[in-house]
Design a protein around this ligand. Structure first.
Ligand SMILES: [Zn+2]
Ligand SMILES: [Zn+2]
Length: 255
């Protein structure tokens, strides 16, 4: 299993960071988590992998987390020969079906019926989704927008928790406890702090509660890159920390 940070940026557009997008690869599963602007480009830079994505999971409905989804579906429909026949499953919190219907109203029926099977599955916190490759997906509501969720991916005893966009949450720290990799948003410096996002200090507090084996930070607005993120995280958390860049990945060994 491998987790790749395809896009570590935000809607504050930055040269080196695409909007949000993450790839979870396991034998038989190519799961794209969020698909913000620039993620189709990041996928293309990696070669043909964009063609084999089998699942997409959205954390919430801000456009920097799904802006490239219509482009990706259009690419699957018209972008390679022979045309795609493999199914795709789009997973997201309640409201995902309505979001895709609105996108289809804007762009065309191909958004929902692209010529290959496209299933939309809304996930609630009580659901345990069994995905190909012995992967289990669950979610937890997080304080960002009403629909926002964090995701947990488990395979063969290894666990990744991705916070999505979130503010501070003791529930999230408890839910993530003991995971192998915690991928947390790290949006804003303390002087710009808002309840819907995390500061580096709050990332440290989250990790102190969750005690992951490895912490990776992402979703950086440019101002947070002006502060010493590592030092601020280290006030509460002393474990290994990565400040992720587009294309960074964490390998869990056997795929
Ligand atoms: Zn965001
Ligand atoms: Zn957001």
């Amino acid at each position: 299993m491998r987790f790749t940070t395809l896009g570590t940026g935000t809607v504050s557009l930055a040269a080196a960071r695409s909007c949000a997008g993450y790839l979870l690869e396991a034998d038989g599963l190519q799961l794209l988590i969020d698909c913000g602007s620039g993620i189709t480009r990041r996928l293309a830079e990696r070669g043909a992998g964009w063609q084999t994505i089998s699942h997409v999971a959205l954390t919430h409905f801000h456009i920097d987390h799904h802006g490239d989804l219509p482009t990706l579906i259009f690419a699957w429909k018209y972008g390679f020969l022979p045309p795609r026949s493999d199914p795709v499953e789009i997973i997201g919190p309640v409201g995902t079906l309505a979001l895709l219907d609105r996108l289809a109203a804007a762009y065309g029926d191909w958004m929902r019926a692209p010529g290959f099977p496209l299933v939309v599955r809304e996930i609630t916190p009580s659901d345990v989704l069994e995905l190909p490759g012995d992967v289990t997906l669950t979610c937890l509501p997080v304080p960002h927008t009403p629909e926002s969720v964090a995701y947990s991916v488990v395979r063969h005893g290894r666990r990744v928790v991705f916070t999505g966009d979130t503010g501070p949450s003791a529930d999230l720290a408890a839910w993530a406890r003991g995971c192998d990799l915690l991928v947390a948003e790290c949006s804003l410096p303390t002087e710009m702090s808002i309840p819907e996002h995390l500061t580096p200090e709050q990332c440290g507090e989250l990790a102190a509660g969750a005690q992951p084996k490895h912490l990776a930070l992402t979703h950086f607005y440019p101002p947070v890159e002006q502060v010493d993120i590592r030092a601020l995280v280290a006030r509460s958390y002393s474990g290994p920390v990565t400040l992720a860049h587009d294309g960074w990945y964490f390998d869990f060994g056997a795929m």
